[in-house]
Design a binder for this molecule. Structure first.
Ligand SMILES: [Zn+2]
Ligand SMILES: [Zn+2]
Length: 177
């Protein structure tokens, strides 16, 4: 594992959220947010309301900018993000997850918790000087954020769809020459 598991989960979740804003928008219902909440094993307050959905949706451009920032710019952005960290930040262990950090109270709005957790995860990335793990999809038509947690740093596309499309294009290119 490259980073601590809660850091990796937070990064994966942030990338998923940022990319959900690309057309067609895939975070457009309360049910879609529910599925996201379950998939990334969130705990704590989850209101299942349109308002909560709108707050999380509104966070997406901020996440995208942070994830794709240059390192020094990311430092400035995370300090803003962690302003809402609770004084009671603590290691906790629950639901089969090993010790991990809860940097913000469970009763804070979901969007706030996601913002803080992403900032905390980015602090790890910045300290480890691993910003190159984050990039924009190598597909010409796609702006998806790519998180590469692979050992050999081989990930260039945001999704298998983009990867396959480019593999097919490269194959056709070779056939022609
Ligand atoms: Zn937890
Ligand atoms: Zn892509």
């Amino acid at each position: 594992m490259l980073f601590a598991h809660d850091t990796e989960m937070a990064l994966l979740a942030a990338v998923r959220l940022a990319n959900s804003a690309d057309e067609p928008d895939t975070l457009d219902t309360v049910e879609a947010l529910d599925a996201f909440y379950e998939e990334f094993s969130y705990t704590g307050r989850h209101r299942r309301t349109r308002e909560e959905l709108d707050e999380v949706r509104a966070l997406r451009p901020t996440l995208r900018t942070l994830l794709t920032s240059e390192r020094d710019e990311a430092v400035r952005r995370v300090s803003r993000g962690t302003a809402r960290c609770s004084a009671s930040s603590a290691l906790t262990r629950h639901d089969g997850w090993d010790w991990h950090l809860h940097a913000v109270d469970d009763d804070q709005p979901l969007a706030t918790r996601i913002a803080v957790e992403t900032a905390m995860a980015m602090i790890d990335v910045i300290r480890a000087d691993e910003m190159s793990r984050l990039s924009v999809c190598a597909d010409d038509e796609c702006d998806g954020v790519v998180l590469d947690l692979s050992r050999n740093r081989s990930r260039r596309f945001c999704s298998t769809t983009c990867g396959n499309r480019n593999a097919v294009a490269a194959y056709r290119e070779r056939q022609r020459s």
